[in-house]
Design a protein around this ligand. Sequence first.
Ligand code: KIV
Ligand code: ZN
Length: 535
Amino acid sequence: MTTEVKTEAKAGQAKPMQDRVVIFDTTLRDGEQSPGATMTHDEKLEIAGLLDEMGVDIIEAGFPIASEGDFAAVAEISKRAVNSTICGLARANFKDIDRCWEAVKHARSPRIHTFIGTSPLHRAIPNLDMDQMAERIHDTVTHARNLCDNVQWSPMDATRTEHDYLCRVVEIAIKAGATTINIPDTVGYTAPRESSRLIQMLLERVPGADTIIFATHCHNDLGMATANALAAVEAGARQIECTINGLGERAGNTALEEVVMAMKVRNDILPYRTGIDTTKIMNLSRRVASVSGFPVQFNKAIVGKNAFLHESGIHQDGVLKNVETFEIMRPEDIGLTQKNIAMGKHSGRAALRAKLKELGFELADNQLNDVFVRFKALADRKKEVYDDDLIALVADEATMDAHDTLQLKRLRVVCGTDGPQEAEMVLTIEGTDHFIDATGDGPVDAAFTCVKMLFPHRARLQLYQVHAVTEGTDAQATVSVRLEEDGRIVTGQSADTDTVVASVKAYINALNRLIVRRQKTAPGEDVKTVTYHGQ
Ligand code: KIV
Ligand code: ZN
């Protein structure tokens, strides 16, 4: 088995890589592809900037052929990246690869990632036999390598591809110049022992396997993505593909924070290094949750709200005597500050700026002014303003734009046990105020009906989710609303101490996003409609 010393797979730059695992983040490509997780251009730039700062080795910034928006985001991220290699995804055809190169070529360190489905099920879709597919792989990897020194190739659905054929095509890709070979478990089908044996088999059987880096790319359909990725590393893979919060289609991808912290906390049995500054994890997790509209489940490993909470008496007692009794890592290691009372209504602008900085937000003066006004209003309504309240407030501020088509001006609801509930609303549409009232099955339903009557649309409500930010009846609620119209899926979010107000603002935020998407793409032209098997 050839697991000893791998080299940084970049032509002419051999660097010892023993025990160093490369972190390849695909939040902006595989994560963003998750229905409803679409991010705006500015949000993608912000997340890429944070990943770059955190020490992610490679950022897969998007799928440039998929849309003008994806292309523009990958190109801009490439221009801005300071430390990370910037990678774009391309299917196995020259047009995709050329477009990908056009976007990533601006990067200090660019990478082209090209792929084709190699399992029997995936081979059947483009209707290529084994030989034709092998030829396609040779031609496309050669083409990519003629453009860029750093080429990654993936046999999609590798874990369900016949071993002999997998060895054959991996060898072809290496000979054609691929510098990283990624082994995707596309449908989250494998298990740890099989995952490690597959890498071991490739290292043993494929000529030239010791000259490239093997990557592992796992999906979490059976809840084994983290275990499968680490098992692949133990067998010799030296790149893990992952996303923040495990964001991704279906059950998601391997979570960056899980593999990185596993290697840090259990370095005795997983003796691998990464370049990640783990104290930046929490901030990135919050930002990704906020911009994607996918909240983190409370009991999620590492970044869940409960991950460091000790409520049972036995646990609390143990933790008070010695934190190591029940805590295997320190909250500070992932950038989690103490959950003390953050601020009161007498706190000034400078104190707010300092507190936000501690929480990972550096705001421009005008943004700080807006947040300060809202903080004062919140402090008037709520007895104690906690860190989580401030985080929700900053996230909410980021969802609003003075240029939004729809803005909520006034809302009043009447509730009672002897319904129906009523809502009265003033909605500003393109600068003009419109008034309406409506009844509904509950206050949220009545208020949503007002929005629909004032701004008729065909979008279907796919998800409506409410979370309390902190404890207490005066807690702020964060609300996520996901809408679908003609295949376009958008998520809106908002926070307020009034759950109905937060709900309406989240609904309006989703509609504003939909309006922008309608302007950018005709129906059927959206990112999500570009299939992986199109040529
Ligand atoms: O899951 C997968 O197979 C992918 C490929 C495009 C690498 O995301
Ligand atoms: Zn994937």
